[in-house]
Write a protein that binds this ligand. Structure first.
Ligand code: UT7
Length: 322
């Protein structure tokens, strides 16, 4: 039987900090509103780096952490909605820059749930016997896609990247990964691509920005986080008492508060770094996992759950033993 495990993790955040105070000079907002409604105090934003630069730095740390030779990596998946280009993907840029073998490298778009999707794909592809070591990355520069005149969204997002090496294992460590989607709710969180071009007119189209129906996404998020955790528990015949820790997508501290209350799970055992980075979309869970492991909040042998949700609508969760 082929199983999977986490062999190493890494994360990277751009240096420039944008505080809530800074945002007061950009839109009509204030630190008190942002902190009380979201928990966010500051976020990182790129200045001269692109998504592939963040991905490269996070991936380099993860490879080193795993103690793996680059030639042993045989699968590369990048979850992003803010790649450097429409194509080629961040994954292909990364394959070249990391000087990996000529391996399968592809990007996936499942918005903020992208890293959970990447984890499920890597897990199942390794379990099939066809692959041994997958590099999976969540990397975003959402501040490039933000409408900086829209206070409903621009205060929420930040840039960053997280990476993980998922490897073949003789012990069952990545025990379960689930993902899902509800495409009929596409309008709740959306950014359109360039419009259809009329070949008879040489029109120029502006890029769109992120649009979000915040309150409705909030309702979805507060339902799907406990539902996904409960689904993982049921599928694996365990209870919350068996779970040492929960690493949830960092979109809003109030979503994490509500999940803790609804699950009757101690909030201290739910990872939080949203106050420093805001919502980094597909990078969020990957960064959070790296920080939880490196800070010792997650220790070897711990059984923990992860959960993410986002545009699409999409969601995903995993049950993992470190
Ligand atoms: O990772 C993807 C998933 N995304 C999410 O999970 C986001 C989920 N949604 C949320 O986190 C929350 O809905 C938000 C943080 C986006 C908004 O919080 P809210 O408590 O739902 O506020 P609201 O949208 O109901 O707005 C309340 C008021 C409005 O004013 P009025 O109409 O009551 O006068 C807004 O115009 O707050 C106003 N407002 C702001 N005020 C100051 C909205 N944004 C701001 C702002 N600063 N930045």
């Amino acid at each position: 039987m082929i199983y999977t495990k986490i062999l190493g993790t890494g994360s990277y955040l751009p240096k420039k900090i944008l505080t809530n105070k800074d945002l007061e000079n950009i839109v009509e907002t204030n630190d008190e509103w942002i902190v009380s409604r979201t928990g966010i105090k500051e976020r990182r934003i790129v200045t001269d780096e692109n998504t592939s630069d963040l991905a490269y730095n996070a991936a380099s740390i993860a490879i080193k952490d795993a103690g793996l030779k680059k030639e042993d990596i045989d699968l590369l998946i990048v979850a992003t909605v803010s790649g450097d280009n429409v194509f080629p993907g961040v994954s292909q840029l990364l394959q070249a820059r990391l000087e990996l073998n000529e391996i399968m490298s592809f990007d996936i778009n499942a918005a903020c749930s992208g890293f959970m999707y990447a984890l499920e794909i890597a897990d199942k592809m390794i379990r099939s016997g066809a692959y041994n070591n997958a590099l999976i990355v969540g990397a975003e520069t959402l501040t490039r896609l933000t409408d900086w005149s829209d206070r409903n969204t621009c205060v929420l997002f930040g840039d960053g990247a997280g990476a993980m090496i998922v490897s073949r294992s003789d012990k069952n460590k990545i025990k379960d990964v689930i993902t899902g989607a509800r495409g009929d709710k596409d309008d709740l969180l959306k950014m359109k691509n360039l419009d259809i071009k009329d070949p008879y007119q040489n029109q120029k189209f502006e890029m769109d920005h992120i649009h979000m129906k915040g309150a409705e996404v909030f309702k979805f998020a507060t339902r799907i986080v406990p539902a996904t955790i409960n689904n993982l528990l049921d599928r694996n015949n365990i209870t919350l008492d068996d779970i040492n820790y929960i690493v949830a997508h960092q979109a809003n501290e109030r979503i994490i508060d509500k999940a803790a209350r609804d699950l009757k799970y101690p909030k201290e055992k739910m990872f939080l770094n949203i106050h420093r980075y805001g919502n980094t979309s597909a990078a969020s869970v990957a960064i959070a996992l790296d920080e939880a492991i490196k800070s010792g909040k997650l220790q070897e042998g711990d059984l923990f759950a992860t959960v993410a949700f986002g545009g699409g609508l999409t969601w995903g969760g995993a049950l993992i033993e470190l």
